[in-house]
Design a protein around this ligand. Structure first.
Ligand code: C5P
Length: 289
């Protein structure tokens, strides 16, 4: 039996560069792993893929689940034998939140099976399978901090900066990624924001990093869910260094100067039906525990 943990992510910068002929959007974005994890356990079995979900109502454990798709893909294309696997997912990262939870679980399934069966699979093959499963899956294979280009699946690792204190604020109702991209309200940019961000990232001052946050999907999410803009303004008023929509939302993340400040800001949002998590940036992806 093998247990792994796999993190959520935020995107300190997300630039939409254009629309592609295949219907996807060309992106330049920064992925950053945060210390908020799903846990998966793997056990070999005779044949097939079984999945049990704990801790989250409303997540199907059938073939529509990205973990099942990832495991079947790995067994077919990398293991190439009749062996099977039983997987248990202990879910903490909320669904349809912009935190990459589903993609993180899919990456965990690929790595988990690689480690469980101890098969030599090249990193190129791991990334090729990840890209088939979704645009964000590649990032989670190694996690940490990385630049994503193409659909987001072409990953260039970046050095970690200073550890940052992060407050995640998620309204109870999720937001559909295709709806955000297709709203016609995304802001297109040319890649300049990433370059500006890269400079402050290497300098490592939390306040400078917070001043360069940018997400071209934010106007689209605020158009679809006006209360998000209101929550962002409140987080700034409560003392956040910077606040941004994470991915396609609806989660907002705020950066705080230190732990006490993060906890103080989080406490202002208690009892409002919002999910609020105080965490830190981490330099890992899928990991054995
Ligand atoms: O790749 P993934 O399945 O995660 O993408 C989900 C949806 O998000 C796509 O169907 C598409 O509507 C939108 N998307 C996009 N451009 C990207 C990534 C996602 O338009 N680069």
């Amino acid at each position: 039996m093998l247990t792994v943990q796999t993190p959520a992510k935020i995107n300190p910068v997300l630039e939409v560069l254009g629309k592609r002929p295949d219907g996807y959007h060309e992106l330049a974005l920064v992925f950053q792993a945060v210390g908020f994890y799903d846990q998966l356990t793997f056990e070999k079995k005779a044949a097939g893929v079984g999945l049990r979900v704990e801790g989250q109502a409303g997540l199907a454990a059938d073939d529509s689940n990205l973990i099942v798709k990832a495991a079947k893909l790995f067994l077919r294309e990398a293991l190439k034998s009749a062996d099977g696997v039983q997987i248990t997912l202990h879910k903490k990262i909320p669904l349809a939140a912009g935190l990459g939870g589903g993609s993180s679980d899919a990456a965990a399934a690929l790595r988990g099976l690689q480690w469980l069966f101890e098969v030599p699979v090249s990193e190129g093959k791991m990334h090729q399978m990840a890209a088939q499963l979704g645009s964000d899956v590649n990032f989670f294979l190694n996690g940490g901090t990385a630049l994503g280009t193409g659909r987001g699946e072409i990953i260039t690792p970046w050095k970690a900066s200073v550890p940052l204190w992060v407050i995640l604020v998620k309204p109870s109702e999720g937001l559909s990624t295709p709806a955000v991209y297709q709203s016609g309200k995304a802001l297109m940019t040319t890649g300049d924001k990433i370059l500006e961000f890269q400079k402050v990232w290497s300098e490592g001052s939390p306040a400078s990093i917070a001043s360069r946050l940018f997400n071209g999907l934010e106007p689209a999410a605020f158009y679809l869910r006006p209360e998000l803009e209101f929550i962002k303004k409140r987080l700034m008023t409560e003392g956040a260094l910077g606040v941004l929509l994470s991915g396609s939302g609806p989660t907002l993340f705020a950066l705080a100067a230190h732990e006490m400040e993060a906890k103080k800001i989080a406490s202002e949002f208690e009892g409002e039906g919002l999910e609020v998590v105080v965490t830190q940036t981490v330099s890992t992806g899928v990991q054995k525990v």
